[in-house]
Design a protein around this ligand. Structure first.
Ligand SMILES: C[S@@+](CC[C@H](N)C(=O)[O-])C[C@H]1O[C@@H](n2cnc3c(N)ncnc32)[C@H](O)[C@@H]1O
Length: 225
């Protein structure tokens, strides 16, 4: 699935990738880092650390690893314990990852660059200590095939390609499965605010809030179990 994937510069100066077959970018063209910080860090991670002592996080659609890198940066600054599981059935090549400008743009470049490359280099299904309080694991399962115990996660970054391009990733069956994997009080955040997606979440048992989106996007969703 990663044939002919191209790098694109977004409006905040950070890179994203373009998937040619889907004709879709991995992040907002208005700013990849800006969007990831707004949706996943501010609406998700920052909220979760106010509620849970240890963060047990699942990302659906690990992709470039930008959300994981921003989370590692937060964890290092705040000294919070986090276990991060990134699901990615179609990994981005290491060569392409090495060209992405995220470590430089986020700051703390060398430390982050090492962590960023390691995230992509380590094998799947192996827990890796990327910093004293950040444990990282990558899994190659499609979410549909991924198995986890009930109550495994208290934070979900839901970052699949859009419902227009991959409607099966936004089906009620997906949110029911996520709901079962989550701890009570667990939070799910996503960039997508479509009415059908919000209703699928509500139908699965979540309480759903619409929050203001990053530049270029009116709203995003945060769901709580
Ligand atoms: C919007 S991009 C993710 C962006 C990513 N979070 C980042 O920061 O680069 C969607 C990702 O979902 C992955 N994906 C596609 N099908 C999937 C599936 N069935 N389960 C989990 N992930 C999937 C794609 O390969 C792609 O990397």
């Amino acid at each position: 699935m990663n044939v002919r994937i191209q790098i694109l510069l977004t409006q905040d100066g950070s890179h994203t990738l373009v998937h040619p077959e889907l004709d879709e970018t991995y992040h907002s063209v208005h700013g990849a880092i800006q969007e990831s910080k707004h949706v996943f860090i501010q609406a998700g991670f920052t909220k979760a650390i106010g509620l849970h002592q240890t963060i047990s996080l699942l990302e659906v659609g690990f992709g470039t690893g930008l959300n994981a890198l921003l989370t590692l940066n937060e964890v290092n600054d705040m000294n919070i314990a986090a276990h991060y599981t990134g699901l990615e059935p179609y990994p981005v090549s290491e060569k392409l990852v090495a060209e992405l400008n995220y470590p430089q743009r986020i700051g703390n470049a060398q430390v982050l660059k090492n962590g960023f490359m390691l995230m992509h280099q380590i094998g799947t299904g192996v827990q890796h200590q990327l910093s004293p309080t950040f444990t990282f694991e990558k899994r190659s399962d499609r979410f549909q095939d991924f198995k986890a115990e009930p109550n495994s996660f208290n934070l979900i970054y839901y970052d699949a390609f859009s419902p227009e391009k991959v409607p099966e990733m936004w089906d009620v069956s997906i949110f029911k499965k996520l709901y079962l994997m989550m701890q009570p009080g667990g939070i799910l955040v996503t960039y997508c605010a479509k009415g059908t997606v919000r209703r699928a979440m509500q139908h699965s048992g979540f309480m759903v809030e619409r929050l203001a989106g990053p530049p270029g996007k009116r709203e995003i969703l945060r769901a709580v179990k």
